[in-house]
Design a protein around this ligand. Structure first.
Ligand code: URP
Ligand code: ZN
Ligand code: ZN
Length: 586
């Protein structure tokens, strides 16, 4: 096809015009990465981003689909680091399989998921891994990676961890401190697993709840006649989670192993993650919270309808303290937590019924893979707690960095996979089980109106969502092998990059009376949409918070900068870092 003449002599970018595979040109949008936002056009070919820059720097080849992103934001596709599709659990199987789950993910703007292989006790980790691959590969609509759970300990488990890392593309292992008698490891097994992770260059993960305390509490509660869903939270209250977080951080630190605490659900647990990060100079400890914890709360366990209450049962549980969601969102804003997952593990009404007479038998899990992005935007950005760059960090980039998928995933840049969202921050949608793509019959966010809609979702250059329709094919996604020693995690631990001066630069400040007189959120969005500066660093404006108080966030680049800098400075050893040396190994 003939090239259109360029209007003025410009630097030409070599484009392979012969390839007709999924060629897209996105114009007039504002790109938001975790570290800056700027106006630029994007050219996509063969599933990759080939060009990012001003329209004057590229001649658009013929036969290209042009997308006008005027007034929209262009974001990296979301990464959900925590799903359980078709998980056999509690005597039944989660209803969102790898097809429905990944289709729903795409519908909501998530273009990569990371699921968990969970072997039974005594089961070979490699066999379990093969089982998950055989379930996922033919069905996935988006790209996916795998974490593997270590549910028992032996030499063979230790040996298989090595094979998984070296030959199967796994770089992270989850250890359970709860589910006594099923998946729970004791402290000495945790130490072995952490030590092995460190040797292999893997990231250790923990489900942090004290399973011994829970077992005792469950027995007591049932004996005293408390058998409904509210007993679930009573059996595993905040301190039961917080104690395990604190213990896991210390055990991992002693083994010099980086630790990622999954599903941080309470204020007390988030405080423990923050304290550990401070103690170890922000190195080696990372925390994830869930869409569920940000978008709803544990008062649902007291709902008059048993099914409604049971539908909210997951572990650790949602907390009855209604200030929890905003606290967790602020923890993300302040870089005390780093990522948001969904922990999508869905069971229908008839499956939740398994625990009708005993809350401890209610299959654990909720939805979230489809709604995570919108819930975080609504409760984070729209509420004035996160700026759009931070939104990208906590929904995509930080997970990509921690699990070594960056910059293939988690960034709009030349060479990255073309996982792109055309995000409209001004339109709204109402969440409902009646309209969601997930297989489950209940939605814990039912009725929530969310600003922030992924109008177009592009996964590896393929338009999967457009005009409210989702077009996907089973098996169009691929497995993403992840390599060990993620530089973002291990460079920091090895002292190759100074860490804490890249950390959160949040500067809380009071809002003046004038600030409160204008619609600050609208201004914030307008600023990023209209501002015509190239490569401008986005400085978030102030916006009101949900509670009607003031917004206090300034731009928070925080941990997300570490890799960018550590790549350049990987040989620099910091002897006397500002803020003092780490006490201990890190
Ligand atoms: O309740 C939950 N979280 N179900 C999934 C399994 C887990 O512990 O992550
Ligand atoms: Zn868990
Ligand atoms: Zn989980």
């Amino acid at each position: 096809m003939a090239e259109a003449p360029a209007p003025t002599p410009v630097k030409k970018v070599p484009i392979h015009l012969q390839s007709a595979q999924n060629r897209l040109y996105i114009k007039n949008g504002k790109i938001v990465n975790h570290d800056k936002s700027f106006c630029a056009d994007i050219y996509v070919e063969d599933g990759k981003i080939k060009f990012v820059g001003p329209s004057t720097d590229i001649v658009i080849p013929g036969g290209v689909r042009v997308i006008d992103a005027n007034e929209k934001l262009i974001l990296p596709g979301g990464i959900d680091p925590h799903t359980h599709f078709q998980l056999p659990f509690g005597g039944t199987v989660a209803v969102d399989d790898f097809y429905r789950g990944t289709k729903a993910a795409l519908a909501g703007g998530t273009t990569t998921i990371i699921d968990f292989v969970i072997p039974q006790k005594k089961e070979s980790l490699l066999e379990a891994y093969d089982t998950w691959r055989s379930w996922a590969d033919p069905k996935v609509c988006c790209d996916y990676a795998l974490h593997v759970a270590v549910t028992w300990w032996s030499k063979s488990v230790s040996d298989e961890m090595k094979i998984l890392c070296e030959e199967r593309g796994v770089n992270s292992f989850k250890m359970f401190m709860a589910y006594k008698g099923l998946f729970q490891l004791n402290d000495s097994e945790l130490l072995e697993a952490f030590e092995r992770c460190r040797e292999l260059g893997a990231v250790a993960q923990v489900h942090a709840e004290n399973g011994d305390i829970i077992a005792k509490n469950v027995k007591k509660l049932l004996e005293s006649g408390i058998n409904g869903p509210d007993g679930h939270e009573l059996s595993r209250q905040e301190e039961v989670e917080a104690e395990a977080v604190n213990r896991a951080c210390i055990l991992a630190h002693q083994m010099q192993c980086p630790l990622y605490v999954v599903h941080v659900m309470s204020k007390s647990a988030a405080i423990e993650v923050k304290r550990a990060r401070e103690r170890y100079n922000q190195k080696g400890i990372y925390g994830e919270t869930l869409a569920a914890a940000l978008g709803t709360d544990g008062t649902n366990y007291k709902h008059e309808c048993w099914h409604h209450a049971a539908a909210h049962v997951l572990s650790p549980p949602l907390r009855p303290d209604k200030t929890t969601p905003q606290f967790l969102m602020k923890s993300l804003a302040d870089d005390n937590l780093q990522t948001t997952g969904s922990d999508n593990c869905t069971f229908n009404r008839n499956q939740k019924e398994l625990g009708r007479d005993d809350f401890s038998k209610i299959p654990n899990g909720v939805n979230g893979v489809e709604d995570r992005m919108s819930v975080v935007w609504e409760k984070g950005v729209h509420a004035g707690i996160l700026d759009p760059c931070k939104f990208v960090a906590v929904t995509s980039t930080n997970a990509a960095k921690i699990f070594n998928l960056y910059p293939q995933k988690g960034r709009i840049a030349v060479g990255s996979d073309a996982d792109i969202l055309i995000w409209n921050p001004k339109t709204t949608r109402r969440i409902s089980a009646k309209t969601h793509y997930q297989a489950c019959d209940f939605n814990i966010f039912e009725g929530m109106v969310c600003h922030g809609v992924p109008e177009i979702v592009i996964a590896k250059g393929r338009i999967c969502v457009e005009n409210d329709a989702v077009r996907v094919a089973e098996g169009q996604g691929t497995f993403l092998p992840t390599s060990v020693f993620p530089p973002f995690v291990y460079n920091a631990l090895n002292g190759r990059a100074e860490n804490h001066d890249d950390m959160d630069q949040t500067n809380h400040k009071d809002v003046t009376k004038e600030d409160l007189d204008i619609d600050l959120f609208t201004k914030a969005v307008d600023d990023i949409l209209i501002e015509p500066k190239e490569e401008s660093v986005y400085t978030p404006s102030k916006a009101p918070r949900l509670d009607g108080q003031k917004n206090m966030q300034e731009s928070t680049f925080s941990i997300s900068e570490e890799l960018d800098k550590s790549e350049k400075r990987s040989c620099i050893r910091v002897r006397n870092p500002p803020g003092g040396k780490s006490s201990g190994f890190w």
